[in-house]
Design a protein around this ligand. Structure first.
Ligand code: NAP
Ligand code: MG
Length: 497
């Protein structure tokens, strides 16, 4: 398959292996080892990358500690805000290149990755605002005399280890950096091995923006690099986004020095369509709630509950919509859905397609890997809709992380809330209806971190996002997020000496 883009190939990809970024410098891994990152649309090697491991994490954590103990954490909030604003400008200016890196590395269509510009800028500017507006409080102490003063100080928590998955590389890297920069912490970021490139480019932009050396370090590598970060006694907090399975390992590994933790984990979200919904909007909305980013989104609405009177018509229309999605070369501007990120992910998703059929489900759209024509070398699975699904089938319970929806019929609201909650996960959820009662009763009834009503997958820098149950704990975005990057110190002053 020939790249069909007229956009410039990123200059960042030229030259030898991509190096780690520690203390403001490009450095090779101490072991000298490298690994390859693959273009999932072609199965071919995209770049050679230094393979950071425990010893590189150690160097990076020490650099981050020095930077934290240097002037940075004492910078005035307005100065941190200004540097974040400069970074926002630089990300905006270089966003085409960052989007292109993600399209080549992840396989997400360029038509989608270029749209990340708006969110990237909005995140950096929102958190720049939080840098200057976050504060402690004064408290009227119950027990101190009148001539006294009691207040709290918000102090940065220290060195943060940020560990990211592969499904939204640049957006996720910026999301992790924002509270670090706004609070005066420092960070060692470990991107996913499948998509290491754009975070390395972002680190260069951080230096160009005037962020001091050592404040932002990027160590790319495999899972052992993440594990070393989770264990390292010099790390004060881990901010993890990834699978529930790895999240558990990190909780255990972080016990040594009782790190602060935030966990953004997996999901199997219920998307509930009532018979009174606006069908035209709900069909597209419910379909894209699953198929966006080839289904590789933690909050994807993969359990599609449809009220019985409209079930047959609705699933037919979602199937028709799915068949109309243009799957293809991610560099083609008209492509709406690209491949899965890796051959491992392809095997995992195809395994679930098989299991679904074996357990009695029927694919009304998709259902098998694309093996013919120009896409045969890439990791392409078309949008798939399963019907004849029972709640206890594996495709209705386990996170597939591919473009696979399971349609389930329901009769009434109490039943659907109970079935929606019958999951170990609790990340997202959706409801499509024109009835206020349905909307708000479902919103209150679902035990999930987000409920979208007549929309889905909307993320906003000001709105907290995160999980209930095994989808994790802690929130990203909004005021709650930045609080996790501060310690609170209480100061009690007796004045009448
Ligand atoms: P993953 O396998 O859990 O990996 C996530 C990150 O952890 C990667 O950087 C990985 O490195 C690293 N890692 C692996 N083993 C580790 C260990 N023992 N200790 C510390 N770090 C370790 O997840 P993924 O396959 O990249 O991403 C898919 C998962 O992420 C899905 O479950 C999805 O639901 C979840 N996710 C959640 C959210 C959310 O906000 N809740 C958002 C996006 C994705 P390697 O890349 O080298 O393996
Ligand atoms: Mg992985």
């Amino acid at each position: 398959m020939q790249p069909s883009s007229t956009r410039p190939f990123p200059a960042f990809l030229e030259g030898g292996p991509k190096l780690l970024y520690i203390d403001g410098k490009h450095v090779p891994a101490l072991s000298g080892k490298t690994f390859q990152t693959i273009n999932p649309a072609t199965g071919k090697v995209l770049a050679e990358v230094s393979q950071g491991a425990a010893e590189d994490i150690d160097v990076a954590v020490k650099a981050a500690r020095r930077a934290f103990e240097g002037p940075w954490s004492k910078w005035r909030p307005a100065d941190r805000q200004q540097v974040m604003s400069r970074l926002a400008d630089l990300v905006d200016r270089h966003h085409d290149e960052l989007a292109m890196l993600d399209t080549l590395d992840l396989g997400a269509p360029i038509s989608r990755t270029i749209l990340g510009r708006k969110r990237a800028g909005a995140l950096l500017r929102y958190y720049g605002g939080l840098a200057t507006s976050t504060h402690g409080e004064t408290i009227n102490s119950s027990f101190m005399p009148h001539d006294s003063l009691t207040y709290t100080l918000k102090e940065p928590v220290g060195v943060v280890g940020a560990i990211n998955p592969w499904n939204g590389p640049i957006g996720m890297a910026i999301w992790k950096l924002c509270p670090v920069l706004a609070s005066g912490c420092t960070v060692v970021l470990k991107p996913a091995e499948q998509t290491p490139l754009s975070a390395l480019r972002l680190a260069e932009l951080c230096i160009e923006a005037g962020i001091p050396d050592g404040v932002v370090n990027v160590v790319v590598g495999l899972g052992d690099a993440g594990a070393a970060l989770a264990e390292h006694p010099g790390v004060d907090k881990i901010a993890f986004t990834g699978s529930t399975e790895v999240g558990r390992k990190i909780v255990r590994a972080s016990a040594g020095n009782l790190k602060r933790l935030s966990m953004e984990l997996g999901g199997k979200s219920a998307n509930i369509v009532f018979a009174d919904a606006n069908m035209d909007i709900a069909v597209a909305g419910a379909a894209m709630a699953v198929y966006m980013n080839s289904g590789q989104i933690c909050s994807a609405g993969t359990r599609m509950f449809v009220q019985r009177p409209i079930y047959d018509e609705f699933v037919e229309r979602v199937a028709a919509f799915a068949k109309g999605i243009r799957v293809g070369d991610p560099l083609d501007e008209s492509t709406q859905m690209g491949p899965l990120v890796s051959s491992e992910q392809l095997d995992r998703v195809c395994g679930y397609l098989q299991v679904g059929k074996e357990q009695g489900a029927r694919a009304l759209a998709g259902g098998a890997r694309l093996t013919e024509g120009a896409l045969a070398d890439g990791y392409f699975v078309p949008p798939t809709l399963f019907v004849d699904v029972a709640d206890d089938m594996r495709i209705a319970r386990e996170e597939i992380f591919g473009p696979v929806a399971a349609a389930l019929a329901f009769d009434d609201i109490d039943e659907v809330i109970a079935r929606g909650n019958d999951s170990e996960y609790g990340l997202g959820g959706g409801v499509w209806t024109r009835d206020l009662n349905n909307a708000h009763l479902v919103a209150k009834g679902l035990r999930t971190g987000t409920v979208w009503v007549n929309c889905y997958q909307v993320l906003d820098p000001a709105v907290p996002f995160g999980g209930y149950k095994m989808s994790g704990f802690g929130r990203e975005s909004g005021n709650e997020h930045i609080q996790e990057y501060f310690e609170t110190k209480a100061v009690m002053v007796k004045l009448d000496q």
